[in-house]
Each structure stands twice: as structure tokens, then as C-alpha cells.
Design a binder for this molecule. Structure first.
Ligand code: G6P
Length: 372
């Protein structure tokens, strides 16, 4: 009913708007007054976490994209090797696991059969499994050794939005906590990032306040057949998520690529007026990747692409090559997906509506897939 949708036309719009609160709620009580993480609720002891020699993340769909982003954070802040695998592939591949492997199963519903089978397989090999889940008491956390709940609240729209942002928060918390417990050379950076994370919901709110031009742009592209998405570093999984949202909601051909791979194939797809969304990493920090993606934008634009550039406020280098510029607040490099994903959700939702699609219940999809 309209009341359930809180005055929004669709659950998806309501859930997009709820993201600042979902993010804040997922952080609540997990950062202490001294700015350290307190994840005592995770029933894996600090000494066990110090023994971990490998992290393996398993998930499906949007949750898998959260896992891809987590890999960048975990390897950077903890120096523990991390693999991310589609749950449906992992189970049947004979993966190498042992008692010192930490397997992280990410699932909004906690009922996805592929993810459940993957975690059962991991436990049979003697690995510890940590679930990151949004649904209290669901099967995946019940069968795991430990759980870190995301506090997104119920997500009704089939296409995941607020659950994804909270999965990212949970992944950052795990990565930072592992770093904190094990002690790495990144101690100062970890403290600084925990501080930034505690303010990030306000930044998500600011992004939401500036979405009108994104909606207008989406409507203007309703007649297109294809949209491509490019990113580098953590912007690459964000590009994959932007493409997935467009497939799910707008039923359009959409693909995400690592911008560095363009020259190895995808650049052949570029033609006159093809919309290409580019997620640009911060020019601060890893400025080399920033400069490289700016040349990627130049290359595709020279071949006729219509460039839709998502870039940090104050990043002037992209301005000459952006046909459409979407600004997001400056964040630490690894946290950027929390703000960069939001315009892509709004974009897909508006494009789907403009094409007359049912946003909350896309054809052929289910909110939770309980068969293998
Ligand atoms: C389904 C949904 C996706 C979701 C995926 C994983 O395919 O349509 O939106 O990302 O399942 O769901 P989970 O509940 O395990 O996060």
C-alpha cells in the first residue's frame, strides 16, 4: 500500500532514501568513544582472527559486488590474501580451504541457496564462517560460526540498494577490525578511516539531495539500447553494480568493465553517442589511477562516446571530457563506493520508470533465490 511505501511511488525509492539511516544504524554501537571498533558480537576470538591466513568471500548478485569491494579493503588494511567468489562457482570448484581460512558469506536475505551451500562446504573443510546478513535468525547466520548483522531494515524491492550500502559498511568494519586486532603498519590510516566512516551517512545524504539532474539524464536515455560502465580500483565493482541495476530494472544491455581493460577488447564497442558511465577514483591518494582513468575518458570520447562522469567534488581534471558530470563528496579512496553507487541506483530506477517497467518487481527475478 501507499502507506507502506512511506509516500514514495515504489519501495525502491523509499529504500534508496533510507540509505543514510541504514548506514548509520549499521555503524551504531560498533565504534567506541576512543574511535576503536568494538565487534565483540562477532563470536570469533581475537586470537583466532590473528591466526587467519586467508579470507574467502562468497556471495551472489549485488552481495557479490560488496565482496569484490571488500577484497580491496581487506588486503590493503590487513595484508591477508583475500579471494572473492560467486557462491555458485565456489562450491563445485574444489576450493582450497583449511582451519585458518576465514570464509565470509554475504547475504541480505540469509536464505540464498547458492550461498548456503558454499558456507556448508566451507565448514566441512574446517573453516570458520562469518555471515554478513540483514535478516535476523535466517538460515545463513544460523549455520555460520559468527554473524555481523547489517541494520538496513527490511528491504522489499527486488533490486538491492540499502542492503548493499550496509553490506559495504559491514565489510569495512570487518577489514578495519582485522587490521586493528592484528596490528599493521596502517594503524594511523585505520583510525582516520574509522573517523571518516562515522560521518559517512551525512555524505550519502548529500548525494541524495543532488539527484535531480541524474533523474533528468536517465529519462533522456530511455530510448537507448546499451549503456556501458567503467571503473578502476573499487570503482570497478561499482561499475559492475551500476550495470547490474540497469539489467535488473531497465532490461537494457549494460556491462561493467575495468577501465584498464578497455584497450584489450571493450573499446571496440564504443560508437557514436553510446552512453558510458565512468566512476572516477579520488585524485588524492592514488593519483596514478586517477590520471589513467582521465585518459580512458579521453579515449572513449574521441571515439564518440557520450561520457557520464561520476567524480569527486573539486576534481577539475575530468571537466573537459565529461558530457555529463555527477559530483560526489570526497571520501577516503576505499570508502568511495558508499557515495558513488547511489547515483547509479537512482539512474537505473528512473530509467526503468521511464521505460514503463515495474520497478519493485522486475520480470523473471525473485528477491531471494532459495533454489540452486
Ligand atoms: C537475488 C536478488 C539479488 C540479490 C541476490 C543475492 O538474485 O534478486 O538482488 O543480490 O539474490 O541475495 P542475498 O539475499 O543472498 O543477498
Amino acid at each position: 500500500s501507499a502507506a507502506e511505501k512511506g509516500g514514495y511511488d515504489y519501495f525502491m525509492l523509499k529504500e534508496i532514501a533510507e540509505q543514510p539511516k541504514a548506514v548509520a544504524d549499521t555503524l551504531l554501537g560498533r565504534i567506541d568513544a576512543a574511535g576503536s571498533l568494538t565487534l565483540d558480537e562477532v563470536r570469533i576470538s581475537a586470537s583466532e582472527l590473528r591466526e587467519v591466513d586467508k579470507v574467502v568471500i562468497v556471495a551472489c548478485g549485488t552481495a557479490f559486488h560488496a565482496g569484490l569491494i571488500a577484497k580491496y579493503a581487506i588486503e590493503h588494511w590487513t595484508r591477508i590474501p583475500c579471494e572473492v567468489e560467486l557462491a555458485s562457482e565456489f562450491r563445485y570448484r574444489d576450493p582450497i580451504l583449511g582451519p585458518r581460512s576465514l570464509v565470509i558469506a554475504i547475504s541480505q536475505s540469509g536464505e540464498t541457496m547458492d550461498t548456503l551451500m558454499a558456507l556448508r562446504h566451507a565448514r566441512e573443510q574446517g573453516s570458520k564462517v562469518l555471515a554478513i546478513c540483514n535478516t535476523n535468525g535466517s538460515t545463513i547466520p544460523r549455520e555460520s560460526d559468527a554473524v555481523l548483522y547489517t541494520h538496513a531494515g527490511p528491504e522489499v524491492a527486488v533490486a538491492s540498494t540499502k542492503a548493499f550500502l550496509t553490506q559495504l559498511v559491514a565489510c569495512y568494519l570487518v577489514a578495519l577490525y582485522l587490521g586493528q586486532v592484528r596490528g599493521t603498519k596502517w594503524g594511523d590510516e585505520i583510525s582516520a578511516v574509522i573517523r571518516d566512516l562515522s560521518h559517512i551517512s551525512g555524505e550519502v545524504e548529500r548525494v541524495l539531495e543532488t539527484m535531480e539532474p541524474v533523474r533528468a539524464l536517465a529519462r533522456s536515455l530511455a530510448g537507448k539500447n546499451t549503456v556501458l560502465f567503467l571503473g578502476r580500483h573499487v570503482g570497478y565493482p561499482v561499475a559492475l553494480e551500476g550495470a547490474l541495476k540497469l539489467k535488473e530494472l531497465a532490461y537494457m544491455h549494460a556491462e561493467g568493465f575495468a577501465a584498464g581493460e578497455l584497450k584489450h577488447g571493450p573499446i571496440a564497442l564504443i560508437e557514436e553517442d553510446l552512453p558510458v558511465v565512468v566512476v572516477v577514483p579520488s585524485p588524492r591518494g592514488r593519483s596514478v589511477i586517477h590520471d589513467k582513468i582521465v585518459s580512458n575518458i579521453q579515449e572513449i570520447r574521441a571515439r564518440g562516446a557520450r561520457t557520464i562522469v561520476i567524480a569527486e567534488e573539486g576534481d577539475e581534471a575530468v571537466v573537459p571530457y565529461a558530457d555529463h558530470l555527477i559530483r560526489i563528496p570526497a571520501t577516503p579512496t576505499l570508502l568511495q563506493p558508499l557515495v558513488a553507487t547511489v547515483p547509479l541506483q537512482v539512474f537505473a530506477c528512473e530509467l526503468a520508470t521511464a521505460r514503463g517497467n515495474e520497478v519493485d518487481q522486475p520480470r523473471n527475478l525473485a528477491k531471494s533465490v532459495t533454489v540452486e
